[in-house]
Design a protein around this ligand. Sequence first.
Ligand code: F6R
Length: 240
Amino acid sequence: TPLILANATEAANAVAERIITLLQDKPDAVLGLATGATMEPVYHALIGAHRAGRVSFSRALSFNLDEYVGLHPTHPGSYRSTMNRLLFDHVDIDLSRTHVPDGMASDIERAAADYEQQIAEAGGIDLQLLGIGRNGHIGFNEPGSPLESRTRQVRLHAETLAANRTFFADARVPETAITMGIATILSARSIVVLATGAAKQAAVAEALAGRFDAACPASALSAHGDVTWILDSAAAPGAR
Ligand code: F6R
């Protein structure tokens, strides 16, 4: 059953507390991180907790879910630069301990296999943070993504391109990305999904409905034994 908080800030704070508790118990935890507007207040809360002396990231490792293909890491729309700006530049983590898939690799297939290998060598992900797309995507696993998918290049759907236009005012949003697959995500030891706002309600309801339906990739999470859904009241099933 999902944890339902009054508003997006409280929901994000609850997610941040999960990460803080993990790092207090296991300072060398491996974190799976996500980008997107939903995560911004989570990273804001983590920076606050770090400044208050409650949490250190110095021994942690991180692996982000996804990255656009063909965007230089310094492009403000790249997920690498977004993560640096929203979190890494403000906490005590060395950038060499943070990983984002390489969207500039000349051989994306090879880069994807390397990413899987790096996660495995780190001992696997302890806690994977996830948002959910309006169409039910997790990472950039769009509807139709197979349950057994691993890190690979994918083509983004039109509604995802439209939703992610923020940093691409003048240019086009890249149409392909490199993303962890559904099986990669399900390999994490624990998963926390954060969804806030009425636009996510339908996707959340579909994901929580029961068994895996490829039309809603997030429904794959029902096969995992340790998933916590943290919602605000607007995203909760049955909210109006
Ligand atoms: C981003 C990611 C995506 C987002 C999803 C929701 O790394 O994995 O699945 O979590 O698109 O994005 P927002 O939070 O912008 O609604």
